[in-house]
Write a protein that binds this ligand. Structure first.
Ligand SMILES: [Zn+2]
Length: 118
């Protein structure tokens, strides 16, 4: 566990909280899970979600974040290329594959694109 993890929120809970620092924190997002009524008339979470939490325990949110990162990396690899612009901001220097040339810096996706479209 890194040093920058510290307890936040309810200090009596004893639960590990999310990493926080002066320039970084965890923002709460809402995830809706389907619920159905059981025979006692109580709302219960989708069995799939119950399994997910049972499998991953307290790390289930971390698992979701890991998948999100892997999903985004896969899509960036598959559908984008990087031009010569500075890699800044959310979009960075990632150009969609449908664009063979960067309109800003003028770099080409690859040699073939240059031959075909120049
Ligand atoms: Zn560029």
């Amino acid at each position: 566990m890194d040093m920058w993890y510290k307890m936040a929120g309810n200090h009596n809970s004893g639960r590990k909280k999310d990493p926080m620092s002066e320039y970084s924190r965890m923002g709460k997002k809402t995830l809706y899970i389907r619920q159905t009524k059981n025979l006692k008339g109580e709302w219960t979470d989708d069995p799939l979600f119950q399994w997910f939490k049972r499998i991953h325990g307290s790390l289930w949110q971390k698992q979701l974040r890991t998948w999100m990162r892997m999903d985004v990396e896969r899509i960036k690899q598959k559908n984008y290329w990087q031009c010569g612009c500075p890699n800044q901001g959310v979009q960075g220097n990632y150009i969609p594959n449908r664009m063979p040339k960067c309109p800003t810096c003028g770099s080409w996706k690859n040699e073939l694109a240059k031959l075909r479209y120049e």
